[in-house]
Design a protein around this ligand. Structure first.
Ligand SMILES: [Zn+2]
Length: 467
């Protein structure tokens, strides 16, 4: 893997503070000439205790990292990083150029779970007179998908539940560790500190670096999922191929532009700012509705994200057939956790009351589990969210990875074949005529042996299914 030095930030970071400064002209020029743009945004965590507070936080800083293709004789591709200070630049002046870049077919946009950023960005612009804000970013590539592709050597459009945090991805692919401390710093205070400037620039710039590794990978290894021959090493053709195979887009629907929860219960749960200086009461009662609630356009299928402290609860929920994910990274910070919950439309289950303080999310997205033991926690969650659990749903999900099972059971012959070099099936099972089930995500095999019966009995009892 490349050393960290090869991926250092450009020495000059352009801070755009007005529409008359030379940096602004430079930004417009760069947007026109870019082939790839890395995007990120920062905002101030919202405090719902403020009267008439807006439904979404205001984006205060937009980071735009531009890459231009230059001839190898000029030293190869060049990058410029801009921090657009949205508190200072008149939004009307920067709206059209940004919108054009977002929608330009010839500029590939890179982001890391950028939809939430776009929702907030769109809200920020539209509430300041810029028509309807932003409705689309296309073509777009999510760095999380690129990472999955590089790591798994398969489809770039793999499911988001395996997604790592951006800092983990940077560390693995670039050998760079990104500081997370500034994520929740005050992005509305000016001037920005030097650390904030470096942090903000890095978040956008490293998207370009990761994409370069991906381009190299495609050149040398052939592209993910399809035949190598269709990839041309000519740059523009390669970009076309990448876009046609993996290009995605973000489209905001009207429902994305309104907050998920319109219930007037905010008052009970006042926010404490990130520094924890203010004291306010936080309600730990579940307010609802959950993101999956059909009354707010959900699909009716409960989905949870369990904080690392309650991993055991996640496994228990899977055992009773409920979709329960774990954080994408091992030591996620609050914003990562909440982002993941938001993106995947999950309710975050936690024992950490501090997480209830982050009010920049819709409030129906965090629940503090009160019980200490996992059996009690399971029952508490079932009752709080009125989950319907039935015996036929028990053991219907992979406890290892939260994946779902194949549609039809395997025979012993098929199971032995599927387990080769991966899992050992005890030979004592061979003459028992058991059904084998395979996880569609991690390929773990399960069978309905004695352990299975015991587990079913246990959960029938915990969930009081026989009452
Ligand atoms: Zn699995």
């Amino acid at each position: 893997m490349d050393s960290a030095q090869n991926h250092s930030l450009p020495s000059q970071i352009h801070i755009v503070t007005s529409s008359t400064c030379s940096e602004f002209t430079h930004l417009l020029q760069s947007l026109r000439q870019s082939t790839v743009v890395g995007l990120d945004a920062e905002w101030k965590p919202r405090r719902s205790s403020q009267p008439n507070s807006s439904p979404f936080p205001s984006v205060t800083l937009l980071q735009v990292a531009c890459r231009f293709e230059a001839q190898p004789s000029d030293g190869g591709p060049k990058s410029e990083v801009f921090l657009v200070d949205l508190l200072r630049v008149p939004l009307g002046e920067v709206y059209q150029p940004l919108k054009e870049m977002f929608e330009s077919e010839s500029i590939l946009k890179l982001g890391f779970r950028f939809k939430q950023d776009l929702v907030y960005l769109s809200h920020t612009f539209s509430t300041q007179g810029c028509e309807h804000g932003f409705g689309m970013v296309a073509p777009f590539l999510d760095i999380a998908n690129i990472y999955n592709c590089l790591k798994n050597h398969n489809s770039a459009k793999s499911s988001s539940k395996d997604t790592k945090s951006l800092s983990t991805i940077c560390e693995e692919l670039l050998g760079i560790s990104l500081s997370k401390e500034l994520q929740c710093s005050d992005w509305s205070s000016r001037p920005l500190s030097e650390e904030q400037i470096q942090y903000a620039a890095a978040d956008a710039f490293y998207l370009l670096e990761i994409f370069s590794i991906y381009q190299q990978y495609i050149l040398t290894e052939g592209k993910c999922g399809s035949s190598v021959s269709e990839i041309d090493d000519d740059h523009s053709n390669m970009m076309q191929s990448i876009l046609s195979y993996f290009g995605d887009k973000i489209v905001l629907k009207e429902s994305d532009k309104v907050p998920k929860n319109t219930k007037k219960k905010v008052k009970q749960r006042q926010c404490i700012n990130v520094n924890g200086k203010e004291r306010a009461e936080i309600s730990t009662e579940w307010q609802g509705p959950a993101p999956w609630d059909p009354s707010i356009g959900g699909d009716g299928f409960p989905k949870f994200l369990c904080d690392v402290m309650i991993e055991g609860l996640a496994k228990h929920l899977r055992c009773v057939g409920i979709d329960a994910a774990l954080p994408s990274s091992k030591k996620p910070d609050p914003r990562e956790l909440l982002n993941q919950a938001y993106k995947e439309k999950r309710v975050l289950l936690t024992r950490d009351i501090k997480l209830l303080r982050y009010q920049y999310l819709a409030e129906n997205q965090v629940y503090k589990v009160k019980s200490l033991l996992k059996n009690d926690q399971l029952l508490e969650v079932i009752e709080t969210f009125k989950l319907s659990i039935s015996e036929d749903k028990l053991m219907s999900r992979c406890t290892k990875c939260n994946g779902s099972f194949i549609q039809k059971p395997l025979t012993i012959e098929e199971a032995v074949q599927a387990s080769k070099g991966f899992q050992i099936i005890p030979s004592c099972l061979f003459d028992k005529n058991l059904e084998f089930w395979k996880c569609t995500s991690c390929h773990q095999l399960y069978w309905e042996g004695t352990q299975y019966r015991h587990a079913v009995d246990k959960f029938v009892s915990i969930c009081k299914l026989k009452d």
